[in-house]
Design a protein. Structure first.
Length: 131
């Protein structure tokens, strides 16, 4: 097989698979606003800045206008930590949220929220749509 044929086959695979396989999860989330895919939810979710380093978390009540500022640290192409930016007191560490991209489609994404808190909580998969 020629190199050109291999490139053509790869390009065809990229078109037939989800964006995740070709662009990568990190690149696919940069600059996106994710809203929880639940009834009556209009703003709760996450947003990722275009610089790839900053994010924000939105709650449905009150925080639509005042989101929690976070920084993003990618551990690999599918796994990232969101870290609270604003120090709330002198003794507590920043809140952190650990996620793994489970699947990605053109209109939304499924993230697995990996439990990092106290207790024996199970990891949960959360669906978001792009706004």
């Amino acid at each position: 097989e020629s190199n050109q044929m291999k490139k053509l086959i790869f390009a065809g695979l990229c078109l037939s698979l989800s964006t995740l396989a070709c662009a990568g999860a990190k690149e696919s989330l940069v600059g996106k606003r994710l809203v929880l895919d639940l009834p009556d939810v209009e703003c709760a979710g996450l947003s990722f800045s275009k610089n790839g380093k900053d994010a924000a978390m939105y709650a449905e009540m009150g925080q639509c206008q005042d989101p929690l500022p976070l920084r993003v640290k990618w551990l690999d192409d599918k796994t990232f930590i969101l870290i609270e930016k604003v120090r709330t007191n002198n003794i507590s560490p920043p809140r952190t949220y650990l996620y793994r991209v489970k699947s990605y489609q053109k209109n939304g994404v499924e993230l697995t929220d990996i439990s990092t808190g106290w207790g024996d909580h199970k990891d949960t998969t959360i669906s978001y749509y792009f706004k």
